[in-house]
Write a protein that binds this ligand. Structure first.
Ligand code: NAD
Length: 255
C-alpha cells in the first residue's frame, strides 16, 4: 500500500462504524495517525485500538466536546491534517414531511448539519496555523437528487452540508485548505443489510436506479475519502464528490 499519509494525522467522526471505520482502516494502512471521535465509547475504543490510533469520546452536537476532540488531537500528535466530518444518523421517525414531527426534524439537523458546522469551526483555526489541511464532510447523493421515499430532514441536512462545504472550500482555498463534500450513494452497512433482508421489495425499489446494479461497500467509499484527503487531490476543492455507482447520472438503467 502506498503511504500517502506518513507523518499525517486524521480525525474521523463516526469512525467506529460503517464508512468511518472503513476509512480509519484505509488511512491507517497508508500511514496516518488516526483519531476516532465518536459518541459510542466501546466501539470507538475498539476501532482506535484496531488501527493503532487514539479514541476521543465526543458527541458531535456539543461545541465543547468537538473543540476538545481537535485540541486533544493537536496536543497528542502535533497537527490535524485531515478532518473527515462523517458522523450522521437517519432515524426511522424522519420520513415524509407529512408525518415527521419537529423533534425528529431538529434532532437530525443537529447531528447531521450543526455537527459539521461545529467540526469545521473547530478545525479550521488549527489548519490555518499549519498552513494546510483537507476537510471532507459527508453529505449524500440525496443532496443532489430527490427521492419519493423521503427522509425529509436527512435530505435537507445533507443539502446544507453540501452548500456549507462548497462555501468553505472557496473561502479558504488560498490558505491551502481544501474542503470537499463527499456524496456517497447507498452503502451496504449492517443496518441497511438488515433492513433490506427483512424487506426485499424495499431494496429492489432502490436497486433499479443504480446503474452498476448493487450498493457500495464501505471500503469503496473509504477509497474515495483517502483520495480526497491526499495530495493526489491537490486541485480538488469545493466539490460535490459523488461516489454513487452512477445513480445521479442515470435516466434508464441497464436490465
Ligand atoms: N450508509 C449509507 O448508505 C450512506 C449513504 C450516504 C451517506 N451516508 C452518510 O455517511 C455517514 C456515515 O454513515 P454510516 O452508514 O457509516 O453510518 P453508521 O451508523 O454505520 O456510523 C455512524 C457513526 O456515527 C456515530 N455517531 C452518531 N451520532 C453521533 C454523535 N452525536 N456524535 C458522535 N458520533 C455519532 C455512531 O456512533 C456511528 O459510529 C453519515 O453521515 C451518513 O449520513 C451514509
Amino acid at each position: 500500500m502506498v503511504q500517502r499519509f506518513e507523518g499525517r494525522v486524521a480525525v474521523i467522526t463516526g469512525g467506529s462504524s460503517g464508512i468511518g471505520l472503513a476509512t480509519a482502516r484505509r488511512l491507517a494502512s497508508e500511514g496516518a495517525k488516526v483519531v476516532i471521535g465518536d459518541i459510542s465509547a466501546e466501539a470507538g475504543k475498539a476501532a482506535a485500538d484496531e488501527v493503532g490510533g487514539l479514541f476521543v469520546q465526543a458527541d458531535v452536537t456539543d461545541a465543547d466536546q468537538v473543540e476538545a476532540l481537535f485540541q486533544t488531537t493537536v496536543d497528542t500528535f502535533g497537527s490535524v491534517d485531515v478532518a473527515f466530518n462523517n458522523a450522521g444518523i437517519s432515524p426511522p421517525e424522519d420520513d415524509s414531511i407529512l408525518t415527521t414531527g419537529i423533534d425528529a426534524w431538529e434532532k437530525v439537523q443537529k447531528v447531521n448539519l450543526t455537527s459539521v458546522y461545529l467540526c469545521c469551526k473547530a478545525v479550521l483555526p488549527h489548519m490555518q496555523r499549519q498552513g494546510k489541511g483537507s476537510i471532507i464532510n459527508t453529505a449524500s447523493f440525496v443532496a443532489v437528487m430527490g427521492a419519493a421515499t423521503s427522509q425529509i430532514s436527512y435530505t435537507a441536512s445533507k443539502g446544507g452540508v453540501l452548500a456549507m462545504s462548497r462555501e468553505l472550500g472557496v473561502q479558504f482555498a488560498r490558505e491551502n485548505i481544501r474542503v470537499n463534500a463527499l456524496c456517497p450513494g447507498p452503502v451496504n452497512t449492517p443496518l441497511l443489510k438488515e433492513l433490506f433482508a427483512k424487506d426485499p421489495e424495499r431494496a429492489a425499489r432502490r436497486l433499479v436506479h443504480v446503474p452498476v446494479g448493487r450498493f457500495a461497500e464501505p471500503e469503496e467509499i473509504a477509497g474515495a475519502v483517502a483520495f480526497l484527503a491526499s495530495d493526489d487531490a491537490s486541485f480538488i476543492t469545493a466539490s460535490q464528490f459523488l461516489v454513487d455507482g452512477g445513480i445521479s447520472g442515470a435516466y434508464v438503467t441497464p436490465l
